[in-house]
Design a protein around this ligand. Structure first.
Ligand code: 13P
Ligand code: SF4
Length: 323
């Protein structure tokens, strides 16, 4: 167990967003998780939307979907706990078939992953014979298995253009597809899936923000509707937004994305002030210190993938990682 001094130094990492009165509620779980990680030879991969007590106090690797996929492929630990949503845990399992991959709450889904099935992809292929299918990682392994290649919001344009064809099917996020289409000559056939968090941002909201804060820099996730992206100063994956703040040091910024993202970036950049009209992802918020601890104590919930699905799904993910 870490001693009181070690826990105190962890508290310094989150002090600006966690009041002292709340820290004892987290400290016990944090100490237990750190000990369990050593005992189990486990690493915790945490997405940028995880709350700061997870992101800054127990995670070993943090990042966007692309970073988590890349790091999952590299880890030498015996066990991976995915502090994120189910498709991220499946991707980690695809890349580590011999390791134990745990998701602390199996209900941590995603509206994009729910928007399309493997049968839908087969139907699309019938409608567009010979057109390659580029699948956003925010999908089930079964949908990935029907795809030629995967992409994330961090590499979508690069992946689409890497195929060297005039037309691709890009699914399931309609807005990501339309935002990529605006930046490439490749024709894109889209599906009608949406992220329930990012579809709620509007261009009118951006206009109001600019009226209220004339110096504001607006960063949007490419899952936002195209008119929101067009009204913003920059659009990119969660890692790209973070990188923007780290390199450009805007005095005043808004991140049009999930709420915890601003907390995590703000903790690293106290010189920047954040306006926060964020939207919560209810799926990401199912992951807590308490269920991470439980996952490590009881080795639940283990992610398994039918081998017949895993092989083609892995090919699509590995093809993306090679781009
Ligand atoms: P990133 O890959 O940009 O982290 O996005 C993942 C996601 O689920 C955004 O809603
Ligand atoms: Fe899915 Fe949207 Fe939540 Fe990301 S923020 S996990 S895309 S529902």
């Amino acid at each position: 167990m870490p001693d009181t001094i070690a826990l105190e130094s962890l508290y310094e990492r989150v002090r600006p967003v966690i009041p002292p009165v709340e820290w004892p509620v987290f400290a016990d779980d944090i100490a237990a998780i750190l000990a369990l990680k050593r005992e189990r030879d486990a690493v915790i991969l945490a997405h940028n939307y995880q709350t700061p007590e997870i992101y800054r106090c127990v995670a070993d690797i943090t990042g966007d979907s692309l970073v988590l996929a890349r790091e999952a492929a590299k880890t030498s630990a015996r066990m991976i706990v995915l502090a994120g949503v189910h498709f991220m845990a499946e991707t980690a399992k695809l890349l580590n078939p011999d390791k134990t991959v745990l998701i602390p709450d199996v209900r941590a889904g995603c509206s994009l992953a729910e928007s399309i099935t493997a049968a839908d992809v087969r139907l699309l292929r019938e409608c567009y014979p010979g057109v390659p299918v580029v699948t956003y990682v925010n999908t089930s392994a079964a949908v990935k298995a029907e795809s030629d290649i995967c992409c994330t919001s961090g590499n979508a344009k690069r992946v689409v253009e890497s195929l060297g064809v005039p037309r691709v099917i890009m699914l399931p996020d309609e807005y990501l597809a339309r935002n990529v289409a605006a930046e490439t000559d490749v024709e894109i056939v889209a599906w009608r899936g949406h992220c329930e968090v990012h579809e709620r941002f509007t261009a009118a909201e951006v206009e109001t923000l600019r009226a209220q804060h004339p110096d504001i820099v607006v960063l949007a996730h490419p899952e936002c509707p195209p008119d929101v992206v067009a009204a913003s100063d920059f659009a990119g994956s969660t890692a790209a937004m973070s990188q923007y703040v780290a390199t450009k040091h805007p005095a005043h910024v808004v991140l049009l994305t999930e709420c915890s993202m601003s907390d995590n970036v703000a903790l690293e950049h106290p010189e920047t002030s954040f306006v926060r009209p964020c939207n919560l992802c209810p799926h990401m918020k199912r992951i807590t210190l308490c269920n991470i601890r439980q996952a490590l104590e009881t080795l639940t919930h283990e992610v398994t993938i039918d081998p017949a699905v895993a092989a083609p799904a892995r090919r699509a993910v590995e093809r993306m990682l090679a781009v």
